[in-house]
Every structure is written in structure tokens, then in C-alpha cells.
Design a protein around this ligand. Structure first.
Ligand code: FE2
Length: 383
């Protein structure tokens, strides 16, 4: 430590990490109830066997199962509200999110609405009339991608299409009771999804590290997660069945999620959420596009931290060289670096306004102040 500032550590999720840990699901659920809802995707391509197996394991273990397979990427408030209605009709006591961030976030959000009633958007932090709550149904998270970290965070991102905004429910009661992080479930992730979710994990680790709220707990663990991602994501992208790379990515993503809980994301996540709400850009792709741009934006304020990351990655370079290396790393994963092909589809003013509105906490974590004018300039340069 090189300062005497006080800080908190908050990490309440029990993590079962490793190959075939999913086989323990019935025992995990049994601690919370005998009737569970599996929340997963409408399009289960590649996950059919995983969901079938979880359902069978639960039934063998004496757990009654309701399956809610309506989740789409960036789940809308209507889907959450309907899920909550079904959970109450069937008397579900536990939510099990199976999939990427959208499925796990939906499970958390359904648990909130099932217990507290109303509409999912009532609980979004950016809603000026946000309702308070202090209880939810317990959630078990089973990630099948390695990126969002949702399995260990209090955040559930939901989309309100009426006002074209994403927003986050964020409350300690949303934090999953248990996360089963089983790298075997990630084996079938296609390369594009491996790249975009991995870029999200890299964003979480870097943003938590660079955040003005970073603590002596966050700094070494974020650096470790960045190194794991740097060394393993290109391998997982090229050879999906390399289980060492998959396991390292799964662990890096989990650490990155835990770091996000401690010190938060930065303006890059505000931008990524706005790109998702306005242009349907997948979250990880939005994070990848914004990462070098936001590194560039705060390169004077965060120069020392960039150099510490560069050193951890064995780079002998300066701040600009470090940013170029990050840009190239993301490019080599087939991820886009700008949005020039979307220029004719965007309402620039609404996009900028939304980026300033949807995640205010992330904006203030950025080491350099982000004004409306700055966000306008950052976004304009991408198109
Ligand atoms: Fe993210």
C-alpha cells in the first residue's frame, strides 16, 4: 500500500470454481428452497445440453423446476415483469440464471420484481423516481460466458425500449448467493462471443484498476486479471477447446467482476450501455470499441497506472505505446475499433445524452472529468 486511505471489501458470493462443479447445483439450490426458476435464453444454440443437464440434476435432487426461456440479449423490462409474474404463480423460491450477463441479470431482476412488485424500471438507478427495496429472491448464477462478471455483482442491467435506455438495478440484495463457475460450460462459446465477452472482462479489470475509487485490495487483483486475460483470451479465441485458456478466462472474468463491485466501472461503460440501447451493439463489443478511446481520454491523469499495467504485461513502452498495444490486442480478436458503418443510423444527440444519463456512478469514477461536451466529442470521433 502506498496510502493510508480507508477502504471496504465486499464480496459475499460463494464461488464454486472448476470443471464439473455444475454437478453440485441441486445441493446449492436446496439451501434456499425446493422450487426454482431457471432463467435462460430464448435462443439456446450451443447451450441446449447445459440447460437440459441442469434441469435433470435439479429434478434428481428433488427440486421442482420452472423454466423461463424468454431472455434475449439486453433483456427488456417487459420480459422481466412477465418472468416475475410466472415466478409468483409457480411459487418459485430461488432464481437460477444460466447463460451470459443478460440471463444472469434477468434472473436477478426477476427476483427483485417478484418480491417487490411493480415494474422492473421502477428499480433502475437512473430512474429519477427509483424505488428503494431491501429484499429479493436468492439468485444462483451459472455463467456460460467469461466476461460479464454478473455472477458476483449486485448489478442487473435492463433495457427500457420506450425511452431507449439501458439502466442498472444495483443493490447488495441482488448479489448471487452462489456462483458456479464451471469452465467446461464455456467450451462451446463461439470465437466472436469469446472475444466480445473477454473484452468486457478486460474492460472491467482495467476500469476498476483505473477508477478513482480503486483500493489496495483492487489494484493487485485487477492487474492479475488483466494479465490472465492478456495471456489467455487470444488462445481461447483461436482454440475454443483449450480448457487451460478457458479456465484462466473464467477465473479472470470472475476476479474482474469482483473488482467492479469494489471500485466500479468508468465512462467507457456508460458509453457501452448507450451503444447497446441505441444501436443494439452487444455490450462487450461496445466496451471493446470504447476501451482505447477512454484510455486515450485519461492518459495524463492515469499515466502512472497505465505504466504499471504495461509493466505487468512485460511491455517496454510509453503511455501511447501501451494504448496502441491495447487497441491492436482488441483488433486481433476481430473486434471493431469504430462505428463508422453505423453513422447513418444514429441520433447523435440522443446517444450522447443517454451516455451521460444511464450510469452516472461510472462517469464520476473516470480519472478525468467527463462533461457532456467531452462525451459528445468522444462519441463523434467514433462515427
Ligand atoms: Fe461490462
Amino acid at each position: 500500500m502506498d496510502s493510508l486511505s480507508n477502504f471496504n471489501v465486499f464480496m459475499p458470493t460463494k464461488i464454486l470454481f472448476g470443471i464439473d462443479r455444475v454437478s453440485e447445483i441441486a445441493d446449492v439450490v436446496f439451501d434456499h428452497g425446493e422450487r426454482a426458476m431457471i432463467v435462460t435464453y430464448e435462443d439456446l444454440t450451443g447451450l441446449e445440453k447445459t440447460v437440459e443437464r441442469i434441469e435433470a440434476l435439479l429434478e434428481e435432487g428433488g427440486i421442482a423446476v420452472t423454466k423461463y426461456t424468454k431472455i434475449k440479449p439486453d433483456p427488456g423490462v417487459e420480459i422481466i415483469n412477465k418472468g416475475a409474474e410466472l415466478a409468483n404463480e409457480d411459487g418459485c423460491q430461488v432464481m437460477i440464471g444460466v447463460g451470459g450477463g443478460s440471463a444472469i441479470d434477468a434472473a436477478k431482476a426477476i427476483g427483485v420484481v417478484a418480491v417487490n412488485g411493480g415494474d422492473a424500471w421502477d428499480y433502475a438507478v437512473c430512474n429519477p423516481d427509483v424505488k428503494k427495496y431491501d429484499t429479493s429472491l436468492p439468485t444462483i448464477a451459472i455463467p456460460t460466458t467469461s466476461g460479464t462478471g454478473s455472477e458476483v455483482t449486485p448489478v442487473a442491467v435492463i433495457t427500457n425500449q420506450k425511452i431507449k435506455s439501458k439502466g442498472a438495478m444495483s443493490n447488495p440484495v441482488n448479489i448471487p448467493k452462489t456462483a458456479i463457475v464451471d469452465p467446461e460450460l464455456m467450451r462451446t462459446m463461439p470465437p466472436g462471443l469469446t472475444a466480445s465477452t473477454g473484452a468486457d472482462a478486460l474492460g472491467h479489470a482495467m476500469e476498476a484498476y483505473i477508477s478513482v475509487k480503486a483500493t489496495p485490495f483492487v489494484e493487485p487483483l485487477s492487474l492479475e486479471a488483466i494479465k490472465l486475460i492478456w495471456n489467455n483470451l487470444p488462445i481461447a479465441y483461436r482454440e475454443g477447446s483449450n480448457m487451460m485458456a478457458r479456465a484462466n478466462m473464467a477465473w479472470a472474468s470472475t476476479i474482474s467482476g469482483m473488482m467492479l463491485v469494489q471500485s466500479g466501472a468508468t465512462g467507457n461503460h456508460s458509453l457501452a450501455q448507450a451503444l447497446g440501447a441505441h444501436l443494439h451493439i452487444p455490450h462487450g463489443v461496445g466496451v471493446a470499441i470504447g476501451t482505447p478511446v477512454f484510455l486515450e481520454y485519461a492518459k495524463i491523469e492515469a499515466a502512472d497506472k497505465y505504466m504499471r499495467i504495461a509493466q505487468k504485461l512485460g511491455m517496454e513502452t510509453n503511455v501511447d505505446g501501451f494504448i496502441d498495444n491495447v487497441r491492436q490486442f482488441l483488433k486481433d480478436l476481430g473486434l471493431p475499433t469504430d462505428l463508422k458503418d453505423k453513422a447513418d443510423k444514429v441520433d447523435m444527440r440522443a446517444l450522447v445524452e443517454n451516455a451521460m444519463f444511464n450510469a452516472p456512478a461510472a462517469l464520476v469514477n473516470t480519472p478525468r472529468e467527463v462533461t457532456h461536451r467531452d462525451m459528445d466529442r468522444i462519441i463523434s470521433e467514433l462515427f
